[in-house]
Design a protein around this ligand. Sequence first.
Ligand code: XIL
Length: 529
Amino acid sequence: MTDKTTDTPALKANYESRFFVGNVVSPGDLTGARFDMLKKHFNFLTAENAMKPIHIQAEPGKFTFETADALVNAALEAGFKVHGHTLAWHQQSPEWLNREGIGREEAIENLVTHVKTVATHFRGRVVSWDVLNEAIMDGPLNPEDWRASLRQTPWLKAIGLEHIELLFKTAREADPDAILYYNDYNEDYQDKALAIYHMVKELNEKNPDVMGRPLIDGIGMQGHYLLNTDIKNVQASLELFISLGVEISVTELDVRAGDNHVLTEDQAIRQGVLYAQLFDLCKKYPGKFVRMTLWGLDDASSWRSQQNPLLFDAKLQPKPAFFAALDPDTFLAEHGTVTVKRETLQAEVRRGTPALDANDPLWQELPAIPVNQYLMAWQGAYGNAKMLWDERNLYVNVAVTNAELNRANPTIHEQDSVEIYIDEGNHKILYMQADDGVFRINFANEKTFTPDTIAGGFESAVFVREKAYTVVAKIPFRTIKPAGGTLIGFELQINGASSQGLRQSIAVWNDVSGKSWQNPSGYGILRLV
Ligand code: XIL
């Protein structure tokens, strides 16, 4: 194999007059080939983990800056600019800092002490901060109402809405020169983008002059994308955010393609097309779009290494995605017609009448379908599913692993739970009809149904193990007479709750729209045989 790394042009050089090109850094990256590559292609660094609350203040009042300081100082010495990530986040925060049920005064004190100490410590060394990370929920019902679209975090519950202003004001006072960002994922989903837009708009209108500037300076689009992310959605969100007058960065870019560390040639090209479209798009807003940061150097060190999401492969060789990012025009001229649309997944379902028991021998030798496409940034509970049918029922067996087994949230789909979506007629239309239904079962075998009328005849059993559970369900056919060859619209979703009772992950089989609960057109297909 020829080594393409030494003779590749520098990525950052092609964007010099447009925007910064960044990457993440961890302690192992500061020497050797990895640091050389970072220095060659990138001019901005974010600590992948070292500046998160859990690493900076694991115990109350004991601030540990050693790792973060080493990263920041090495980056500055090598000529990089540094972005700080993150002052407040409901993940990767120590339990004590914003625990469930904490009192208001104590929560405010914790927040102010943490933000003030950390932002003061890095003052003059970081250009910008993610002040607040991931505060908006996925799939808000009414995104115009940003208050109702907030994730129910302990800080929100303890302090109320003001915690957001308090966070940004405290950071501004501690480091008046740092550019202060709100940062979130799935920002290409238009409902979530709208909620973010309304939040930033209102808070900046209310606080136009916090030491000379509006409260929030920038919006970070994390950019954890998929092969079928539509560039038009990214563009719509980018332009919506720019209309607020704030600066925009893509802060955590990766594009998942393939699985199990396998990337086919076709997937590599389609991944390149999306990278090319993104770099090309972001060139068009000079002065407004300021930084494109990749979330990792190579596929092996990515937090999503299974899905090969970065510009360099596990041997640090440039992938088609690298050449696409380097020169989008040429790449798109060659491959621009390659469609990024994905086919609907189909599965064959054999005939059989199992008991409501995960150990029924009928399940054993059946092929399983994976429920492992994540819709949120977090990779939590996922699973495998098997199905059987007879003339009366569809039988579904979903084995879930990597689950926290939490049902503190009052809503089943926010708990560790499985959702089964059925469109008996496989109509693939945009709204729910009489033959459609949603069945939700949590790990304690509690259930809800939409609509309620489909509950009749439904039965389920759940088998729980450590961090894992299996749901077996019997779902009567209501509007069709099944036969060999019948096609059924079918989707599965696994919701994963955190130990604090917040949904932190969603894994699906086929429908990555996030809208399965109200729109059956994206479901996968079962073929009865
Ligand atoms: C990820 C890191 O890449 C992993 O190493 C770590 O185990 C979990 O966090 N959104 C964010 C980032 O804002 O901080 C996350 O980074 C990815 C999702």
